[in-house]
Design a binder for this molecule. Structure first.
Ligand code: ADP
Ligand code: MG
Length: 332
């Protein structure tokens, strides 16, 4: 089946001081099926928001392709772009910043309907309040009368107003307390079930992404280094960066004691996008790097014949268990 959304080799340069440029996206590819939840995880600054903004056409990619239902997103103009904006909607981290404090909830949630000239605003807002679990009385109130979690529900309702097919949630639960986080995550899971919504769920926090996602993509330095089903990724990660991330989260099956063994602490500097290392981008911090990793860029590719959708950008994905074990014994 053709994916609903496919992103091919997306590149994004930002101009940087001194006539230099920052390569925020360096050949990003992934696809999203109808009704699928794809989690994107990676350290701050690795390009997650840039990717989201580029998909929404809030930023312009330098090159690459984005196809939504076969339509070229980057080439869309005028009415075609407006229609696309109805089909793909975004929820941001800060629900307070994105809700106008002087507007009623009805006006906020109904705003996209006005912009798109859709009739029946009041009735649709009532439906949306039901959908996200707020009482009808919320319609006449102002944003400051709600908690952080409720405001994020309101932001989700607004994103749903035009019945989009895809929601991009960029750090949408990162500012919330853990208990509220799980309520919002449950709401998103329920919306996927009830509406068949596909979700691109972005977070720097692996434990948050894990609960909701069918598949997960791990980003590093403007690239995906691994993509796999959530179950496979956590059970036996096939990239050393993924292993390090998982090993650092207490209580995960892959944390210290699990398949990843001990906590892996990465040495070396956090990547600087203006000074990219040659070869594998991860090699300066990699605990299993070999000579080859300084020269050859590993492509993001299937490394297991039985699981063609499991992609890893490591030359040593097949030997990772042995190499990690060797490193661990050397360090003892
Ligand atoms: P993330 O969301 O993963 O934290 P971002 O996509 O926000 O990462 O940023 C990726 C890189 O692009 C960072 O180095 C950031 O400084 C840079 N960047 C992001 N937005 C801009 C911009 N508007 N102008 C210049 N550089 C930017
Ligand atoms: Mg971000």
């Amino acid at each position: 089946m053709t994916p609903m959304l496919s992103v091919v080799d997306l590149v994004k340069h930002y101009p940087a001081p001194g006539g230099k440029s920052v390569l925020a996206l360096d050949g990003v590819s992934f696809s999203l099926a109808r009704g699928e939840i794809f989690g994107i995880v990676g350290e701050s600054g690795c390009g997650k928001s840039t990717l989201a903004r580029t998909l929404m056409r809030l930023a312009t990619a330098s090159s690459g392709r984005i196809l939504y239902e076969g339509e070229d997103v980057m080439a869309a103009r005028g009415r075609a772009l407006k229609r696309l904006r109805g089909e793909i909607q975004m929820v941001f981290q800060d629900p307070f910043g994105s809700l106008n404090p002087r507007h009623t909830i009805e006006r906020i949630i109904g705003e996209p309907l006005v912009v798109h000239n859709r009739p029946g605003r009041a009735a649709r807002v009532r439906e949306l309040l039901d959908l996200i679990g707020l009482p009808q009385s919320a319609a006449s109130r102002l944003p400051h009368q709600f908690s952080g979690g409720q405001r994020q529900r309101i932001a989700i309702a607004r994103a749903l107003a035009l019945s989009p097919k895809i929601i991009i949630a960029d750090e949408a639960v990162s500012a919330l307390d853990v208990s509220i986080q799980s309520q919002i995550i449950n709401l998103l899971a329920q919306l996927r079930r009830d509406l068949g919504l596909a979700i691109i769920f972005i977070s720097h926090d692996l434990s948050v992404v894990r609960h909701l996602s069918d598949r997960i993509g791990v980003m590093y330095f403007g690239r995906f280094v691994e993509q796999a089903s959530a179950a496979d990724l956590f059970a036996t990660p096939r990239h050393p960066y993924t292993r390090a991330l998982i090993s650092a989260v207490p209580k995960l099956p892959g944390a210290a004691g699990g398949p990843c063994g001990k906590r892996i602490v990465l040495s070396g500097d956090v990547p600087n996008l203006a000074h990219r290392p040659g070869g594998c981008l991860f090699h300066p911090r990699c605990y299993i790097a070999q000579d080859r990793c300084q020269k050859d860029v590993p492509p993001l590719a299937a490394t297991r014949p039985d699981k063609p959708d499991w992609l890893s950008a490591c030359h040593y994905a097949d030997e990772i268990d042995g190499l990690v074990a060797e490193t661990a014994s050397e360090n003892r």
